[in-house]
Design a protein around this ligand. Structure first.
Ligand SMILES: [Zn+2]
Length: 79
């Protein structure tokens, strides 16, 4: 299930929105520093999403790289 809740840090929220548009899953957790995780439904790889990373832009960048690697490719082609 895809939640409508926005990540509190704008650069991260933007990346998550684009990732969802491209077919990746955002699973919310809200546990300690973990806001949730970004999941690729094709290969099952995941990446943790933090609530309040020290530098939100850096965390957004890493999530964006994950997005780039896993977006909209046919099953297994990117792994
Ligand atoms: Zn993948």
């Amino acid at each position: 299930m895809i939640s409508k809740q926005r990540h509190p840090k704008k650069p991260i929220a933007e990346v998550l929105r684009r990732a969802q548009e491209e077919g990746l899953l955002v699973v919310e957790l809200h546990k300690g520093h973990r806001w949730g995780r970004l999941v690729c439904p094709d290969c099952g790889e995941q990446m943790p999403i933090y609530c309040t990373p020290r530098v939100p832009e850096h965390h957004a960048e890493r999530l964006d790289k994950f997005r780039n690697r896993h977006r909209g490719t046919p099953k297994g082609e990117h792994s």
